[in-house]
Design a protein around this ligand. Sequence first.
Ligand SMILES: NC(=O)c1ccc[n+]([C@@H]2O[C@H](COP(=O)([O-])OP(=O)(O)OC[C@H]3O[C@@H](n4cnc5c(N)ncnc54)[C@H](OP(=O)(O)O)[C@@H]3O)[C@@H](O)[C@H]2O)c1
Length: 241
Amino acid sequence: MSRVAVVTGGTRGIGAAISLALKNAGYQVAANYAGNDEAAKAFHEETGIPVFKWDVSDYSACTEGLARVAAEIGPVDVLVNNAGITRDTMFHKMTPQQWHDVINTNLTGLFNMTHQVWTGMRERSFGRIVNISSINGQKGQMGQVNYSAAKAGDLGFTKALAQEGAAKNITVNAICPGYIGTEMVLAVPEKVLNERIIPQIPVGRLGEPQEIARCVVFLVSDDAGFITGSTLSANGGQLFV
Ligand SMILES: NC(=O)c1ccc[n+]([C@@H]2O[C@H](COP(=O)([O-])OP(=O)(O)OC[C@H]3O[C@@H](n4cnc5c(N)ncnc54)[C@H](OP(=O)(O)O)[C@@H]3O)[C@@H](O)[C@H]2O)c1
């Protein structure tokens, strides 16, 4: 039986590439999304991957969503916490809502999802968790105090939980993408992208979602069983940590 993988935010952008790469590597994949039904439907029609709508910032919605996945596909062996949002603004203009929205999705979402699959992984003595953090969680980014705080929190979550999972053959790792050409980044004005962002990337281009997806496929494989609590930086040379 092939392993079951859940990818949050798995119908668009980096998540869609991860879902597809895992399917191509032989996993039974469930792709979660929040609300963009049109994109999810198109993704499903194109790939055949089943899609499941729930909000990762809502603990009970995660319980119900994962119960549907378990009933339709099976218990979860691999969880990729990829769903993420931005609500960028300078700190002096940031509203409590903008702070909480980003923390609740990008950080608490990891708790809400992982907590529900953890006991089953412990019981079956196998699990793979990959958390998609960000270069901006490693270095901080002006205009992204909420996002940088949440993504840095993802790294602490990863390192602490890795220690708890190790004896049960559950690995927990993080990937910190640099700037990847998805809707999230292409929403940045072209002038800012070309004059301020791309010149900071030594390889001279944005990353591709598939380049992050290939990192995930490796980290969830049996070959990566000795790697846990690590942070894989995939950023075109922009930051060495
Ligand atoms: N793009 C980059 O350059 C970059 C760099 C570093 C890190 N990252 C991180 O990589 C991850 C993916 O980014 P992306 O650029 O691919 O984003 P994206 O294109 O905006 O896609 C985001 C995905 O997450 C889903 N989502 C958002 N909030 C959710 C929620 N509360 N519950 C469930 N699903 C939710 C969206 O669902 P809907 O389709 O329903 O909206 C969508 O499928 C994020 O964690 C992001 O922070 C991205």
